[in-house]
Design a protein around this ligand. Sequence first.
Ligand code: GCW
Length: 654
Amino acid sequence: MKSFFYSLLTGFLLTITTSAKADDGSSLWLRYGPQRQNEVTGVACTAMDELKQNWQGGPVILKRQKKIAKDGYNITTKGDKIIIEAADQNALLYGAFHLLRLQQMGQDMSQLNIQERPAYQLRVLNHWDNPNGTVERGFAGKSIFQFPDAERMKTYARANASIGINGTVLNNVNAKPEALSSENLQKVKQIAEWMRPYGIKVYLSVNFASPMKLGGLDTADPLNPKVVDWWKKKVAEIYKLIPDFGGFLVKANSEGEPGPCDFGRTHADGANMMADALRKHGGIVMWRAFVYNPQSKDRAKQAYEEFMPLDGQFRDNVVLQVKNGPVDFQPREPYSPLFTANMKTPVMVEFQVTQEYLGAANHLVFLAPMWQEFFSYVKPQNLKAVAGVANIGTDTNWCGHHFAQANWYAFGRLAWNPTLSSETIADEWLRQTFNNDERIVRPMKKVMAESHEAAVNYMMPLGLHHIFAGGHHYGPEPWYDVPGIRRDWTPQYYHRADSIGLGFDRTRKGSKAVEQYPDQLCSLFDNIDTCPEEFLAWFHHVPWNHKMKSGRTFWNELCHKYDKGVQQTRQFLAAWDTLQPYVDNQRFDEVQRKLRIQARDAVWWRDACLLYFQGFSHLPIPNDVEHPVHNLDEMMKYKINITMYENPAYGYDK
Ligand code: GCW
C-alpha cells in the first residue's frame, strides 16, 4: 500500500514538473527570466524597452557616441553601472541584445570592455515565400508573411536584431509579378513598419518581366525608355510608402525566370537599369549569379563563365549574389571560384539556411562548420555582404526542428562576425535556448560539431554531389532519371559512375573547372594525389581501386564513410536519449522523434548509394562495415509523394 501511494505521489510530482517544463520552442533563443522594472537610462529607443523588460542586473546607461562606426557598439562596466555606447539606435539595440545574451549565459559582467563592429553592413535573410503562402524549400509550415500578425512579426524582428540581421527579402526569388502590385506594396509597408523599430529593412525579389506582366508593356527590354520609366515610377511608388526600403533581389535568366538576355541584353544591362531607378532613393540591387544552361558540359563552370566577362560593367549599387559553391547548396562543395576571381564588382555570398539538401527539417545538421569551411578558403574581406535563405515558417517552433533554430542563429552571428568559431556559436545557442546545464551543453555541442560531417558521410562523402531525389530533393536517388529531362538535373551527370570509377573529371584534362581557381589551388585540386579527399569525386573521376590516405581503396573508403555516417547518427540519438531528465518533455520528444528519422534515413542513404554504386564497381562491401539491410529494387521503387513546399513526415521507413 505504501509503495502504491509512493508511486502515485512521485508520478504526480513528475507530471507537475515535466508539464511545467513543457516548451514549444516558440520563444527561440530569447528566453529571459522573470520580468522586472530596471534602471535603464539614456537614449529612449527599442534598446531601452528591451532592457527595461528583460534585464535583471544593475543600472544600464544607453549613450549615443557618434564616433563609433555604423552598427558597432561598446559595452563597458563602470563601477556598478554598465554603459552601452553606439552611434545610433539600431546599434544600441545590438548592444542591448549582447548584454542580454551574456545575462542568459550566466557570464560575469563586473568588468566588461567590449568593442563590437560588424564585418558587413548588409546581413540579410532571403525568404523564398510565395504569395499563396507556400515556401519553396520551406520545411517549417507556411509563409510567415502571408497573414502576418503583429506579435509574431515582433518576435521575428527581435530574433533577427538579437543576432544582427538587418535586412529581409520577403518573397521568393522565383518572383511573381504581383510582388510589385499596389495591393502587395501596402502589405509590405505594414511589414516594414513592424521591422523598422528593430533596424530591419525590407527588400523584394522582383520578376524581370514585371513591366509586361503587371504594367501591360509589350517588352521588358532594360534599354527601352518605356521600361526604364516603368521601373522608375514603380520604385518611386515603393519609396513613397516605405522611405527606408532596401532594394531588389533578382533571379534573372535562370531556371526559366525572365531576364535581360531574353531581349538580347546582358545581366549588367538589366541590373544597371534597376540600380539607376533605385539609386536616388538609396536602394541597392542584389543580382544573383545562379545561372546555368542545359547544354553546358559542366554546370559548375557557368556562373564564372557568364559573369567574369561582365566584370566592371555594374553600377556601384549592384552586388552580385553568389551561392557559396559553384553548383547548388550541396552537403559539401568547394567554394565558388567567383569569390577569388578578383572582380571589381562587389560580391556577396548566399548561404542556404533551409536544409534543402541536408535532410530538410528532419535532420539535425548544424551548418556553422560548413560556412566556416567556406570562410577558410574565402577571405571575409573579399565579400561585401552575406545572405541566407531562411528556414523560417509558421510552425510553432519557427524552423520545423528545434535544432534548425541554431542555423538561423548561426547565420546571423557569422554574418556579423565570420571569424567566430562554430563551437562558440553552438555554445551560445544551446545555453540561451536550453539552459546553462553542462549536462546538456557539453554533449549537444559535440553532436552539433560533428553533425555536418556526419550528414556528408551518410549522404554524399568524398566529393559526391547532386545524387538526391528529383523534385522534393529528399533522400537518395543516384539513379534518378526521367525521359527528356535536362541532363544537368540528373545525378548521372554528376556522379558519372562506370566500371572504372566514380566522380566528375573537372581537371585540366577534363572539364577544366579547376582552372577557375587561383593557380595554387588549381594545381592542388588538379592532382588526384594532392586533391583534398573531401573533394575527390568533385574534381576527379576516381578509379575504384585508387589508394586513399587511410590505405584503403576508394571503394572501401566510400563504404566506410557511408557507414560511419550511420554510426554517427546513432550516437547522436543515444546522446540525446540520456538528456531526458534535463530537457522539457515537449522538446525532448520532438527532437527524439526527428533523430530517429535521421538515424533511419542515414541507413537508407548508405544502403541506396552503396548498393547502386556496387552495380558499377562490382566490388564487395568490406566486412568491417555494417552491410546494407535494404533491398535496392525496393528502394528504387520508393517515392515520397510531396512537393517542394513541405517537409516529409517520414523518411524511408515509417
Ligand atoms: O536550389 C535550387 C532550388 C530551387 C531554387 C533555386 C535557386 C528558388 O532547388 O528551388 O529556386 O535553387 O536558388 O534559385
